[in-house]
Design a protein around this ligand. Structure first.
Ligand code: CP
Ligand code: NVA
Length: 300
């Protein structure tokens, strides 16, 4: 594997297989590995988090490591110290850095100047750890048969989640279908990215995107950092809500995914989120197991 995990273009199909297999092992016995014994991992947050913060802290602890959870605004980055200097200093103390921030270029700058692995825990553009957990959830549901399965992502098609589902779905050989209005369509660069044998297509018509899909995925219509656009986003994205009507065109036993947090009544209805087809809490649990696998492989 590469030194860092910044996007799902940093891993190969073989890396993905290794991550999914190791995740299975770590999920079966949460105490089976102490691969981070004697190691410290910094986990930096410039945005809010529930799942990512807790799953990284617990995961590092379970692997025998020392998690240091840092609020970016309370570090000297918050007072203007450069990302480059921060990377060089933290590399002298830590064995890996996990970071959630706004600009993806900041994470790239951190990785380029750090001598230790850097893991992206969400930027405005990508959320690779979430999608690895999602692919693992699909791996469990399909007995490892991800190739050829279809996944429809509904809503903000230019978001960190949409971008990462496109890259991760392609890597896993899936058929990725993005249902989004033209204002929020995925960039051609992401749609056409070379990343494995899967395909990615944008549909303006939500029903076309969801038609026959094995998995239907959504995320908040207003991502962190885009709150000023809330009104326009909520209005434009209404037709892309995942509800019973949309689910009626998906595959009969389609599973419903959501990275959470959910805003019931906006991107998804309460009944659909709570239905027997929903696997959202399995996805959330799998963040823990998959991130332990990534840390173990990158910190070898
Ligand atoms: N899905 C996810 O990343 O959740 P948090 O924002 O709570 O970490
Ligand atoms: N797209 C969402 C994901 C939250 C986990 C956001 O960036 O706020």
């Amino acid at each position: 594997m590469k030194k860092d995990l910044l996007t799902l273009q940093d891993i190969t199909k073989e890396d993905l297989k290794e991550i999914l297999e190791l995740t299975s092992k770590l999920k079966n016995d949460r105490q089976c590995s102490k691969s981070l014994a004697g190691k410290s991992v910094g986990v930096i947050f410039a945005k809010s988090s529930t799942r990512t913060r807790v799953s990284f802290e617990v995961g590092i602890h379970e692997l025998g490591g020392n998690p240091l959870i840092l609020d970016q605004s309370k570090t000297q980055i918050g007072r203007g110290e450069t990302i480059e200097d921060t990377a060089r200093v933290l590399s002298r103390y830590l064995h890996a850095i996990v970071i959630r921030t706004f600009k993806h270029s900041d994470v790239e700058g951190l990785a380029a100047n750090a001598s230790i692995p850097v893991i992206n825990a969400l930027t405005d553009d990508y959320h690779p750890c979430q999608v690895l957990a999602d692919l693992f959830t699909i791996y469990e549901l399909t007995g490892g048969q991800l190739e050829g399965k279809s996944i429809a992502f509904m809503g903000d098609g230019a978001s960190n989640m949409s971008n990462s589902i496109i890259l991760g779905g392609k890597l896993a050989g899936m058929d990725v279908r993005i249902g989004a209005p033209k204002e929020f369509k995925p960039s051609d660069e992401i749609l056409n990215a070379e990343n494995g044998s899967g395909t990615a297509t944008w549909y303006e018509d939500p029903a076309e995107a969801a038609k026959g899909a094995d998995f239907v995925y959504t995320d908040v219509f207003v991502s962190m950092g885009f709150e000023e656009e809330s009104k326009a986003r909520l209005e434009t994205l209404v037709p892309y809500q995942v509800n019973a009507e949309l689910m009626s065109v998906a595959a009969p036993d389609a599973k419903i995914l959501h990275c959470l947090p959910a805003h019931r009544g906006e991107e998804i209805t309460h009944d659909v989120l709570e239905s027997h087809q929903s696997v959202v809490f399995d996805q959330a649990e799998n963040r823990l197991h998959v991130q332990k696998a990534v840390l173990e492989l990158l910190c070898k």
